[in-house]
Design a protein around this ligand. Sequence first.
Ligand code: RET
Length: 251
Amino acid sequence: PTEYQLASDDGKRTLWVVFVIMVIASVVFSALSWSVPMSRRLYHVITTMITVIAAISYFGMATGHGVAYHHVQVRESHSHVPDTYADVYREVYWARYVDWSLTTPLLLLDLCLLAGIDGGHTIIAIAADLIMILTGLFAAFGTEGTPQKWGWYAIACIAYLVLVWHLAVHGNRFASAKGSKVSKFFGAIATFTLILWTAYPIVWGVADGSRKASVDAEIIAYAILDVLAKPIFGLWLLLTHAKMPETNVEI
Ligand code: RET
């Protein structure tokens, strides 16, 4: 027999709700850009792209795209009946990794521009980030019970540490050079980002990792994190930028 771990109505409704939130955030962010000259819309453009990509990804997931039925285990289905095993398949939403591979570099770009980090260190942070997301995807589809799955996860975590190191060390250094206002704001929004981002590998560990969380719980946990990491982060960044000319980036 075959068993499935699937999203129920709660999970599906959550995907639709986040889709709507991402659309609204995209409209609000582009509307906020109208009052600033084109030469100063860089944060607006980047931040709107982030929520547009998330809206597309959530539309896909809500309508049943971007999901695979991954064979997670073979287990005994009726212990009192010998030789009956169940193949267990679980929904793995790979659309998230497509979303993250585009949006996390853009989020980092926002932060690097804010701190004024040089191009070289910005590229290193983004490269580490891409390695983290790609190896995280491999981990999600890794074979259970072999070193493969948690091996990929370990590689992703090392890449995450490299990115955090770059953002913290160089971010604080460059932001201080821009004055105390920018450096205080960078410290606050980078700490918010760090706490949120660290929750992702924890959710992954109990969902795609050990499969202890249901697919619904996984959808809801990522939904909360995604709303904080994209629309709330974006709103905070754009509103603060509007009243802090020191954060300006001319293009
Ligand atoms: C994975 C699993 C492998 C180990 C690590 C991960 C980190 C993911 C992160 C994702 C951030 C996503 C954001 C989305 C925006 O809304 C891939 C879960 C370290 C940090 C900010």
